[in-house]
Design a protein around this ligand. Structure first.
Ligand code: CDP
Length: 237
C-alpha cells in the first residue's frame, strides 16, 4: 500500500536544515517536526525550574513529564511552528543563547533521549512528515524513506547564526558564535548516546555558498523521485 513519506533530515547546528525542512514540508503538505526544539524545551524548563544540568534522573523525569506540542501558524504568508510546553508558548524562550548550550548538555543523557524519541516516533507514525535533528536517520526513524544530512562549513554556519543573533538584538561577536558552534558540534558528535554522525545511507547536501532557494531546489530533486500517488498533485510540481 502506498503511503505518504517519512523524510529524515540530520545535520549540525545552523547548517540550514531547519529552513529547508520546513519549506519542504510545506511544499508537500506534510507535518514538520523540529526535534531540536524538544531538547531545547527540556533545557529551558530545567533552567527555569533550577534543575541542575548534571542531575540526569531529574532531567529524565522532566523530559518524560512535559507535554510538548507544535502548532503551525500562518501569518502574512509566512509559516512557522510554535512550540508549546504544558500549555505555554515557549517559542522565543527556547531560542535564547543560554539554551543552545543547555540543550546539548541535556541531550547527552540516554534517559532524556529515550523520552523524547518516543514522542518523536509517535509524531511520525502516520507518515507525511519531515523530521529534522541529529539522530533522526540513525535512531529515531531508521526506516525513513528519504534520509538527508544537511551541512555547511563551520565558518558559514557561524555567519548565519551570528546574523540571526544580531537580528534578535543579542550582543555577540562572530568569533564567539563560531566557538560556541564548534563546541556544540564536538559535544553532539562525541557523546555516547546517539552521537551525531553522517548516516551511511543518507545523502549529504552541503549548503556552503548556497542560498535557501538553491538548497531547497537541490533537496527537492532528491525527494521528488520518492513521492507516491498518495502525495497527489504535489508530486507533479
Ligand atoms: O537550531 P540548532 O541547529 O542550533 O540546534 P537544534 O537543532 O535546535 O538542537 C539543539 C541541540 O539539541 C543540539 O545541539 C543537540 O545537542 C540536541 N539535539 C539532539 O541531540 N538530537 C536531536 N535529534 C536534535 C537536537
Amino acid at each position: 500500500m502506498q503511503r505518504r513519506l517519512i523524510i529524515a533530515i540530520d545535520g549540525p547546528a545552523a547548517g540550514g536544515k531547519g529552513t529547508i525542512a520546513l519549506r519542504l514540508a510545506e511544499r508537500l503538505g506534510y507535518v514538520y517536526v523540529d526535534t531540536g526544539a524538544m531538547y531545547r524545551a527540556v533545557a529551558w524548563e530545567a533552567l527555569r525550574r533550577r534543575i541542575s544540568l548534571e542531575d540526569e534522573s531529574a532531567l529524565q523525569a522532566l523530559a518524560e513529564s512535559l507535554d510538548i506540542t507544535f502548532r503551525r501558524e500562518e501569518q502574512d504568508g509566512h509559516v512557522r511552528y510554535r512550540v508549546w510546553v504544558d500549555g505555554e508558548d515557549v517559542s522565543e524562550a527556547i531560542r535564547r543563547p543560554e539554551v543552545d548550550h543547555a540543550s546539548s548538555v541535556v541531550a547527552q543523557y540516554p534517559g532524556v533521549r529515550a523520552a523524547l524519541v518516543e514522542k518523536q516516533r509517535a509524531l511520525a507514525r502516520e507518515g507525511g512528515v519531515v523530521m529534522e535533528g541529529r539522530d533522526i536517520s540513525t535512531v529515531v526513524l531508521p526506516h525513513a524513506d528519504v534520509k538527508l544530512f544537511i551541512t555547511a562549513s563551520l565558518a558559514e554556519r557561524a555567519r548565519r547564526r551570528y546574523e540571526q543573533r544580531r537580528q534578535a538584538g543579542v550582543a555577540t561577536t562572530l568569533a564567539e558564535v563560531q566557538a560556541e558552534l564548534a563546541e556544540r558540534d564536538r559535544r553532539d558528535s562525541q557523546r555516547r548516546a546517539a552521537p551525531m554522525r553522517i548516516p551511511e545511507d543518507a545523502i549529504v547536501v552541503d549548503t556552503t555558498g548556497l542560498d535557501v532557494d538553491t538548497s531547497l531546489h537541490l533537496v527537492w530533486r532528491l525527494v521528488r523521485p520518492h513521492l507516491t500517488s498518495e502525495d497527489g498533485v504535489q508530486a507533479q510540481v
